[in-house]
Design a protein around this ligand. Sequence first.
Ligand code: NAD
Length: 254
Amino acid sequence: MALRVALVTGASRGIGEAISRRLATDGFDIAMSDLPSLTSNLEAIQRDIASMGRRAYIHTGDVSKEHDVSSMVQETMKNLGGLHVMVANAGIMPLSTEPLGTVDMWQRVMAVNGLGSYLCYKYAAEAMIKQKQGGRIIGASSFFGKQGAENVTAYAASKFAVRGLTQSAARELGKYDITVNAYAPGFIETPLQLGFGMDKDTLATMKRAWASLTALGRPGQPDDIASLVSFLASQGSGYITGQTISVNGGSYFD
Ligand code: NAD
């Protein structure tokens, strides 16, 4: 199997940006997708990837919308000539301030993290099966996909869902030589935390609290996740499937 084209969602910043840059360094042509409001970030990354001699295609859309995901996969195939690695990275993490959050929050988080991941897996799988070259599907779970906690009811449920989706898809797609795995990051320093609405001091305290729970004594960086994805996207990971792999500095959440 020649692994040549990778598609990354939520690619404009944070973990998705690091994954796109790493896979381009590994020799992949990259399709990058994110919300339309982040197009200029994508264009800056596209320029950098082009300067490495790799092709980078930009698609904008919302992963919770079926039409957007199907066109993202189709356009990737058309513009880059195939699809070998799908990284369903896009996600949101709002914190709830009332017991168990609101119905609206549940629906929003499930739409982006749950349905969005499912649509990416499904449309990538269909394309890879037709292509008959195998492939790699990689999803974004979380340490909250292994351990529930307060203020993150919907988020934790959605990230547990990614694990179930990953295990089940791995069972179904193995016969097509498609492996399906997910990463479960610990606290990784990215713009995700800006969405918590915390002031700088509270966020710094939270970061220290996380670091104290890890064996390595530090929060993670986007490149820590990109390193795992680089391996999962490689030929060498071919006998690993159905796994949700923690990248958390050795925290107790596993
Ligand atoms: P981030 O907020 O920096 O980036 C997420 C990206 O997803 C953004 O570019 C955003 O625009 C995009 N996105 C959000 N909703 C979308 C939608 N409906 N359609 C298309 N794109 C959408 O977050 P990050 O920290 O880089 O996280 C990446 C993934 O890793 C997420 O799935 C997140 O849940 C997961 N994760 C992150 C951490 C962490 O500590 N940063 C920990 C565990 C899991």
